[in-house]
Write a protein that binds this ligand. Sequence first.
Ligand code: ZN
Length: 191
Amino acid sequence: MALRNILKDNDPALLKKSREVKDFNKRLHVLLDDMRETLIDANGLGLAAPQVGVLRRAVLIVDTSIETDETAEPEEQYKPQIVELVNPEITAKSGEQSGTEGCLSVPGVYGLVVRPDFVKVRAQDRFGMSFEIWGKGLTARALCHEIDHLDGIMFTTLAERYLTEEEVEAYALEHSEESEDEDASTDGQEF
Ligand code: ZN
């Protein structure tokens, strides 16, 4: 596996539409393995192939809705579950959430973006097998954000407004109190 360079927002590749994956071969597997390593290294919640300069419809998301195993050793309790989605398509969505969103390709910039609160996605795995995934809250946001990348849509074009650093901190604090969600810090709020 190797780390790939994450393209930044002035790169025209980020605004292009990615092509369908048709060959579920070694080359795809190497891409997905490299993307996984790159995502973990960047401490993000998702990564799309075009963000590493490959215009193919493949994304990774960290599924934050998967429960931690409290019977496991402390260091084993929280293992982020990274889900690979090839040729993903949103098949259903409902509800609405407005929240802080950032992007690994637009470092340090956060905006308020309205997203569905629930989405259902059909995708293929790295071997071409079809499956469905559901996501709520942050996972729904990650799914929408990554699938947008495949169509060349950046969150900056969807943001109602940008947040200052102070606002980002205050917003995260407020929400962590409301929901008692320990993952609500802005660390890892980039996709
Ligand atoms: Zn992004």
